[in-house]
Design a protein around this ligand. Sequence first.
Ligand code: F6P
Length: 317
Amino acid sequence: MKTCIVVSGGDAPGINAAIECYLRLARRHADQVVGAQDGFQGLLAGHAREIDRAAISLLAGRGGSWLRSSREPALGKAGAREKLLGVMRDHQIDNLLLFGGDGTIRTIMPLLETWDVPCVALPTTIDNDLAGSDYTLGHDSACNYAFHTINGIKATAHALPGRIFVVETLGGDCGNLALAVAYASGADAVLVPEYDFRLDWLADRLNTAVAENGAALAVVCEGVKNIERIVEEIPELTGTRVRHSKLGHAQRGGDVSHHDRVVARDMCRLAYDAFKSGVSTATVISVQGRLRLHIGTLSEGGRVQPDYDRYAFVNGL
Ligand code: F6P
């Protein structure tokens, strides 16, 4: 069996660990593995080559992806099917192991199924926003990156009291990452794009936290509208200085947590067994915390809503 590994869309911590595990499995069973450089865009151009085992082994605990990804919708272009089938034939590729987030899994998997290209997808995105799976690889590591930063902020907040700290997470237009960070770090407020809030409520809540604890922490998802304006207006409403820290892309490229290392390996083992037992289209999903193979494409669509109970708890609603 010869598998081609493709990374599509945003990278996530855990991809290198997963590839390392897949290479190990393949080697054990004398199977072959190649990697697409630059996602499907590269694969269509014939860029499928050996994966450097030593490099992957060194990088297994690091974020990012040694196999470069691409956000180009290469498979949507005219002639893409013929090109893909041609490259697979030339390189004698039997199946694809695909890493990607919501966009990849919803748009690319149905195409591959229609084209009879055997593929198992592993949901990878720090955003944890895939309907049909309660976990996506990389989310836990991205939370840990935020906790590390927040620990530092809490230390300085304690040493020099009287300030409000706003920590902005990635997450796109899904508040799951911000809420996970806020809930587990004991933030005083969390703002997510899915749930509306009033600025005077926020000012009052943060002011109370400063009065009671010496400082206040608000976690904000990058997808919340007008964050800069909110950050400008809070001092006017509260009379308290506000400091704004953006985690930015460093949050996506952070080190891989223990949880994600385990999930990466478990996902790969499921995918490998699926190929070996002749499955042609599948996605590894998490249901109530347990990984399992979903045969076919994911039919559930739509946006994932952040847990309202936890949102309300953080915000004291
Ligand atoms: O991959 C998900 C994600 O990191 C989101 O959290 C973020 O909004 C987006 O990708 C950033 O995309 P880009 O790397 O293209 O700026």
